[in-house]
Design a protein around this ligand. Structure first.
Ligand SMILES: [Zn+2]
Length: 211
């Protein structure tokens, strides 16, 4: 049985021919190269970040190169994404519970949480961009289109919610169509970070092989 490796995400496919589309990142069959069995022991698996560093940037010199190397070496994107993916579900629950319990302090906590996430977004987006460019060669496959689209949608929604709450601090205080819309936008935000996070999970953990 031949083995084929996706040159974008590293997914290994077993079969006579490469798959039409990578089940992880969505790259087409031209992105696959055949893995030859005897080549494997001679070139042991290295960390992608280190390999990329050796081949493309032998010694990081500028501050930007050093920052890029650090982002990849210490996996700063998978770490920093826990801010939106961890805090936004909690903020959403607080918003939902605000009218249920009539406790405006829940809404205040949700607002502070959203502000904190918004302040972290430049780091999340920048580390994501660098990781995409360096580790995944900036490939615009179906996975990355969806992931980047969801990230942009999340950032826009988050910015809108924070601005709205700053302009109208009492938006969540009383039953109104504005409050319904505010919670609905927060739900869309939750969905957007969920999609971006799920796509990241696919890249990091791969997919279960069907056969
Ligand atoms: Zn792939």
């Amino acid at each position: 049985m031949k083995k084929w490796e996706c040159t974008i995400c590293g997914y290994i496919h077993e079969g006579e021919n490469p798959p039409d589309e990578c089940p992880v990142c969505g790259a087409d069959s031209s992105a696959f190269i055949e893995v030859t069995e005897k080549a494997a022991p001679e070139t042991p698996e290295e960390d992608t970040a280190e390999k990329g560093q050796d081949e493309e940037n032998p010694v990081p010199e500028t501050l930007l190169e050093k920052a890029t190397a650090l982002i990849l070496q210490f996996h700063l994107h998978p770490i920093t994404v826990h801010t939106p993916n961890g805090i936004i579900p909690f903020a959403f629950i607080l918003l939902i519970l605000t009218p249920v319990f009539g406790l405006i302090s829940f809404e205040t906590a949700a607002f502070y949480s959203l502000v904190f996430v918004l302040l972290n977004m430049p780091v999340v987006l920048y580390t994501g961009y660098v990781t995409w460019q360096k580790k995944y060669k900036g490939a615009m496959t179906s996975l990355f289109k969806l992931k980047i689209g969801a990230s942009i949608a999340a950032t826009v929604l988050l910015t809108l919610l924070v601005i709205w709450r700053l302009v109208q601090p009492e938006v969540m205080a009383t039953p109104s169509s504005g409050r319904m819309m505010f919670i609905f936008l927060a739900l869309l935000l939750l969905a957007a970070v969920g999609i971006a996070g799920h796509m990241g999970g696919k890249l990091v953990f791969g997919v279960k092989k069907s056969s």
